[in-house]
Design a protein around this ligand. Structure first.
Ligand SMILES: [Zn+2]
Ligand SMILES: [Zn+2]
Length: 347
């Protein structure tokens, strides 16, 4: 006589939420270690450094701010975005895992991310925009203040309130710059952002360096409306976090938050849809502007295919695609047709 033992009954299984709890605990421990390291290092770092080269003295000022602004994205904001996404989607679906074996489209995203961190995007942008990107809203504000005596001074407000107000100021102008990016004149440049074939956290950095549509809408209004450097840093942090979040693989519309407060990854995925026979929507970092000025509709298809039907080479070497799109932009301005046959732009 033999006795059958049901192995399934005797197997011990972990609760499903436990791995995600470990992921969140990992994030908390990482941020704590980072804060501790910064506390230990910043006390020993001078605020200014003078280097002597070939008899000339070069002063590097505001060292703490410079390290914080460049280190914050690479060491804090991006890892947190990866971590949070992983905690929500699980390791199998997350961007970090996908980036370890990148597709050609993701290789383009990695190239853009590195170019941005090495300040190459800004340098290429200055050349492609014929120097226009150095037009300074701060200089314009000071000039106007001297001429008219009028200046917006928000410093009576606490910094957190300034950051919220200027986020809405920024996102308002970003909304209109984005809509301009979908017109026939600017689409050849904005198209590069839409050319991503796979969504992943770092998609947001895939932006053509010749951002003509955004330059006068984004660089100038904030300082002209009195934004202090501190408020602008916080707006930058919020928009960086949001940029990573909306391109993440979290399949959520965020409920009422995604409907009224900030854009959700689901709505941004719909914005990136490949099939443009129906005009696209969801232009704003906050949906408020889409509700007010057009672009809002109820999200439906979660599995929409993203991309454009213009061919892109993809991969690490981005220059051929970059220059082709730049050339298309000028050709379009000169009245030539640059759109692929089935490609439609927002009407
Ligand atoms: Zn777009
Ligand atoms: Zn996008």
């Amino acid at each position: 006589m033999s006795i059958a033992v049901d192995r399934a009954d005797t197997r011990f299984s972990l609760p499903a939420w436990l791995p995600r709890l470990f992921i969140v605990a990992g994030l908390v421990a990482y941020v704590g270690a980072l804060a501790l390291a910064w506390w230990a290092i910043s006390g020993r770092l001078p605020e200014q450094l003078t280097l002597r080269l070939a008899g000339h003295a070069f002063a590097i000022k505001h060292i703490h701010d410079k390290l914080l602004s460049t280190g914050a994205v690479v060491l804090l904001i991006l890892p947190s975005a990866f971590w949070i996404e992983c905690a929500v989607t699980g390791w199998k679906k997350c961007s970090l895992r996908a980036l370890l074996a990148p597709t050609k489209s993701m290789k383009t995203d990695i190239a853009f991310f590195l170019m941005e961190q090495l300040h190459l995007t800004g340098m290429i942008g200055k050349v492609l925009m014929l120097g226009l990107s150095i037009v300074s809203g701060v200089a314009l504000r000071d000039w106007l203040a001297r001429r008219t005596g009028l200046a917006v001074d928000p410093t009576a407000l606490p910094l957190w309130l300034q950051a919220i107000v200027y986020f809405y100021v920024y996102s308002f102008f970003d909304y209109w710059a984005h809509r301009l990016g979908h017109t026939r004149w600017f689409w050849p440049l904005h198209r590069y952002h839409h050319s991503a074939e796979d969504f992943c956290v770092i998609n947001g950095g895939r932006i053509h360096p010749a951002g003509f549509a955004g330059i006068f809408f984004i660089n100038i209004p904030m300082p002209l409306l009195g934004a202090t450097p501190e408020a602008m840093i916080w707006v930058n942090v919020v928009t960086s976090v949001l940029g990573f979040l909306i391109h993440s693989r979290i399949e959520s519309g965020f409920g009422w938050v995604g409907r009224y407060v900030i854009q959700s990854p689901l709505h941004h995925r719909l914005h990136h849809k490949l099939d443009m026979r129906e005009a696209t929507g969801f232009f704003g970092m906050t949906p408020v502007w889409d509700h007010l000025f057009g672009g809002w509709s109820e999200a439906s298809d979660r599995n929409v295919v993203v991309g454009v039907d213009t061919p892109y080479r993809q991969g690490f070497w981005v220059m051929p695609d970059l220059l082709r799109d730049y050339w298309d932009f000028w050709k379009g301005l000169a009245g030539c047709r640059t759109l692929a046959p089935s490609e439609q732009i927002t009407r």
